[in-house]
Each structure stands twice: as structure tokens, then as C-alpha cells.
Ligand binder design. Structure first.
Ligand SMILES: O=C(CO)[C@@H](O)[C@H](O)COP(=O)(O)O
Ligand SMILES: [Co+2]
Length: 219
């Protein structure tokens, strides 16, 4: 299972150091939560932070857009060095077009679903996307409690992926720790985002705990 530390819980006064720490600890992606204060009731950071972090690390950037108008962020994010661009299905009536725009910009396309949004909303674009991110908390804040009701949706998505021979990653985001990661892996998730679990203690040790928990179930 791939691990994507979310810098929302990092020390903003020492962001470069925290990013280097998770890279050295073997993280697979850097998860960057971009919020506009409208789509979610919180503001985080935007392009200048993505640009400033690009020279600091070789980690692929998984940019999670929690904004009302994701299409305006695609070109600038691609230029700033984003690898994956994730947008919320709830934010647009034009998810097909946005997926095309992300790919034309040379990035990988990720569709994100809130806990209350059905998989049926994205069925038609599943063949096109590189990742589906299922929120396991309500978006907007770090440090919330994992919602176990989303496990059923992860299982259903994993079934569809297998039946249709799709190739996308199944990513989970919110309340991931060394217990919930194994529930998610068993349900079929392939990428886990973790913010507060990684950054509120020694990141290297926390990433190791996540890996152990995810791999233990595979034996
Ligand atoms: O997208 C979000 C929150 O909206 C996340 O990526 C959080 O940053 C995850 O934080 P934890 O729940 O792991 O503390
Ligand atoms: Co996120």
C-alpha cells in the first residue's frame, strides 16, 4: 500500500524540513490539501506553497483540490509541478471535461468523493481516471475521526475495478492511523493519506507503523 503524508498537519513554520523527513522515511507521495474557504469552511494554502516545495523534494505531489472552481487551478498546478490533481465530484457538473483538462496538462487525474456521495455519480468516468479518492471524513480539516461507513464504498469500488479491469488507484483520506489503514487495505484501498497520525509524532516512526499495519494483513 502506498503512503501519502498530508502536509495539512505538518509544521508550517518548518515545512521544508517536515517534507524532507517524510521523503527520507519512504513516503510514496506528498498529499497537498488546497482549500478555498468556499467549497470547505477552511483555508489552507495554494500555488505558492506548491511552487516553493517543488525544489525541496522528488516526491510526487498529490494535490487535493477542495475548491469550488477546480478547472482554474489545473494549468497553474501543472506548471508548479503537480503529479496528480484531484478534484471533488461535488464541485462540478463537468467532471469529464475536468479529467480531460488534467490529462492534457500532463498530470494524472483523480476524482474525489465526499462520504455522502454515491459511486454512481462517477461511474461513467471510471475508465478515464488514474485515481479515485474516497474521503473517510468530511473534508476541510485534519484530525477527524475515520468514518467506518465508507468501508462499504471502498469494497464496492474495488469490486468494480476488478470486474472491469480498471487500473486506477483507490485512495482513502481522513482519520487514517495504524488501525484504520488495515481496514481500508482489506476493503481494497491502494493508497492511504495520513496527516495528523504522521506529523503529531516522529514522522519516520509513524510511517513505519502505517506500513507494518498495512503489510501485516497481507501475510
Ligand atoms: O483532505 C483532508 C482533509 O480535508 C486530508 O487530507 C487531511 O489532511 C487528513 O488529515 P488526517 O485526518 O489524516 O489528520
Ligand atoms: Co486531502
Amino acid at each position: 500500500m502506498k503512503i501519502a503524508p498530508s502536509i495539512l498537519s505538518a509544521n508550517f513554520a518548518d515545512l521544508g524540513r517536515d517534507v524532507k523527513q517524510v521523503e527520507e522515511a519512504g513516503a510514496d507521495y506528498l498529499h497537498i490539501d488546497i482549500m478555498d474557504g468556499h467549497f470547505v469552511p477552511n483555508l489552507s494554502f495554494g500555488l505558492p506553497i506548491v511552487q516553493a516545495l517543488r525544489p525541496v523534494t522528488r516526491l510526487p505531489f498529490d494535490c487535493h483540490l477542495m475548491v469550488t472552481d477546480p478547472s482554474t487551478y489545473i494549468q497553474p498546478l501543472s506548471k508548479a509541478g503537480a503529479t496528480v490533481i484531484g478534484f471533488h465530484a461535488e464541485a462540478t457538473a463537468h467532471s469529464y471535461r475536468i479529467v480531460q483538462q488534467i490529462k492534457q496538462a500532463g498530470c494524472q487525474a483523480e476524482i474525489v468523493l465526499n462520504p455522502g456521495t454515491s459511486l454512481a455519480t462517477v461511474e461513467e468516468i471510471l475508465p478515464l481516471v488514474d485515481a479515485v479518492l474516497l474521503m473517510t471524513v468530511n473534508p476541510g480539516f485534519g484530525g477527524q475521526k475515520f468514518l467506518p461507513s465508507v468501508l462499504k464504498k471502498i469494497r464496492r469500488l474495488a469490486e468494480i475495478k476488478q470486474q472491469q479491469h480498471y487500473n486506477f488507484e483507490i485512495e482513502v483520506d481522513g482519520g487514517i492511523n495504524d488501525q484504520t489503514i488495515s481496514y481500508c487495505r482489506q476493503a481494497g484501498a491502494t493508497v492511504a493519506v495520513a496527516g495528523s497520525f504522521v506529523f503529531t509524532a516522529d514522522p519516520a516512526k509513524q510511517i513505519q507503523l502505517l506500513r507494518q499495519a498495512a503489510e501485516a494483513e497481507q501475510l
